[in-house]
Design a protein around this ligand. Sequence first.
Ligand code: SF4
Ligand code: ZN
Length: 465
Amino acid sequence: MFEDIPVDVGHVYEGERIRSANMFVELAGPKSVGAELLRVVEKVDDGKIEVIGPDTDEMIEGESYKFVLQVNVQGDLLEEEIEGVLETKIHELSNYIQGYMHLNHRDQIWCRISKEAFESGFKFKHIGKVLGILLKEEFPIIQGIEIKISTDPKEVEKFVEKAMEIYEKRDAMARELSDEDVDVFYGCVMCQSFAPTHVCIVSPDRSGLCGALTWFDCRASAKIDPEGPVFEVNKGNTLDDVRGEYDNVNDVVADKSQGTFNRVYLHSVFEYPHTSCGCFEAVAFYIPDLDGIGIVDRSFKGETPLGVPFSSMAGQCSGGKQVEGFTGICIEYMRSPKFLQADGGYERVIWLPKELKDLLDDFIPEEIKDKIPTEEDATKIKDIKEFLSKADHPIIIRWEETEAEKIETKKSDDEIVMESTIPQVAYAPEISVPASGEFRIILKNAKIYAEKVIIRRNENKFDKS
Ligand code: SF4
Ligand SMILES: [Zn+2]
């Protein structure tokens, strides 16, 4: 079947990683642009593979190239609804090719060709050939397939723009529906090949964290491929509709994670957040020092307020782990009215990259938009805090309201003991000290970021910064 392909093709190559030292070229990915799109059309020229722009033998070793992969399929039983599902299959199936690595989906794809593959004569038409065969094999309802690969910079850019409109159309459809409108969610375990305990729970309000599978996509997938990685999950009883916890969802997560987790909250980063595989588009992370939540997406290359870039943070919480304070999300989830609703939604968000903020311009509530800093405003905790205070971000109310329960102060003439009732509590806007004499402040279970020390006596305030 693959006799004219110069490299091997098979399931065994699925987990193959091509490190930069062993890479001939890189396609799309963080240093370039690209996308892949699968469409159901009425007529195709079955078997046609077209390559536009430089092929592998015209490329320079070590470089990154713009890259798009366009697949048109035809079949009497195929409907537009299925496009997203078949499209996500491209990721899995192209990884069967030895010496070719494919990561992520949609406009986030990132591919590499190994030096060995190149030396053996690997060309782009071979990707098309393999995909054509494997897609038809896996989905017999596909009767015809044509594939176009382009590395021509102009054409790629034009195509990515068009593809974005189609992704948006798919996402918008799911946006009309809410979690409470349905009794059935979907589970996806496609990422268990590298994150063995990861189970995505896809609800109308929370698409798969790779951003490629909406609730509608999953419904279509479970229908045409009942033995596949996407399956129906009856919600069961609602245990907590704000956090998004359901008894049967918990049972399914326990079963599919081989008993590693037995609870999941769909709409919170605290206690039992959704597990994270590795292909999430963004991470929501708790910033303990400010009791708020930051978001960082894959394309942001700088440092986050936690002092590490996206890649290190992803390393800490990926692989199918459930790490309190972190959860992998897709960007579409940030357009849902349920976005981290248990934690306060956007009112709890205290930092995000500028580009992401612009992308979500229509979805971040108007009254809070200017109050959330980006890397252009601040990245260090101290500066973010200052920004939030100046902007009158709602998190400030939280600082003040929770203050009383967090800090207990015991005073004697020369000593103040502050004891937090919750670990990690970090903010004490005011510290009261006696007006005269020496004193000590002892902190138990708490860190203090008090820039102002107020001296109180009989409630008369003397400000002594
Ligand atoms: S991230 Fe989730 S929805 Fe996307 S392919 Fe992986 S398991 Fe499926
Ligand atoms: Zn994944």
